[in-house]
Design a protein around this ligand. Structure first.
Ligand code: THU
Length: 140
């Protein structure tokens, strides 16, 4: 466990954010993998943006749930966020892919809570500093 993870102030995911992320699981566009992923992103101003994975017959064009939520929120003018829930129908709470982690580095404060959940009530709290240590985050 990283030191970031050990020093983490644990707070339960807000229920509304969990509800949106779990609802998203039944709204994904996943005709190829049949592997639904949901996300719910909370802005600093209190708005929740839902994310789903959106697949494509050209598989590499698939957009993950996390990036759908982040890009929707950013496209709507938001730049500051206070929490993200990621959901899966997985045995253990689901973890985000590397591409999504890099996008999170772009927009999330290092210690912003990220909750990884499954649909049977398991929850792990983390943040992007723990998920992506030593990340590329500056062009200078
Ligand atoms: N997927 C996500 O939506 N988020 C991730 O972080 C990992 C993978 C999606 C992409 C694809 O639709 C399916 O899960 C299987 O890889």
């Amino acid at each position: 466990m990283s030191s970031d993870q050990q020093n983490l102030k644990k707070i339960p995911a807000p229920q509304k954010l969990v509800d949106v992320a779990l609802t998203a699981l039944s709204q994904t566009y996943t005709p190829y993998s049949h592997f639904p992923v949901g996300a719910a992103l909370l802005t600093d101003s209190g708005t929740i943006f839902k994310g789903i994975n959106i697949e494509n017959v050209s598989f590499g064009l698939t957009n993950c749930a996390e990036r759908t939520a982040i890009f929707s929120a950013v496209a709507a003018g938001n730049r500051h966020f206070s929490g993200l829930v990621i959901s899966g129908r997985t045995n253990e709470p689901i973890a985000p892919c590397g591409a999504c982690r890099q996008v999170m580095v772009e927009f999330f404060k290092p210690d912003m809570p990220i909750w990884l959940i499954n649909d049977s009530g398991k929850e792990i709290q983390t943040n992007i500093a723990s998920l992506m240590p030593g990340s590329f985050n500056a062009l200078s």
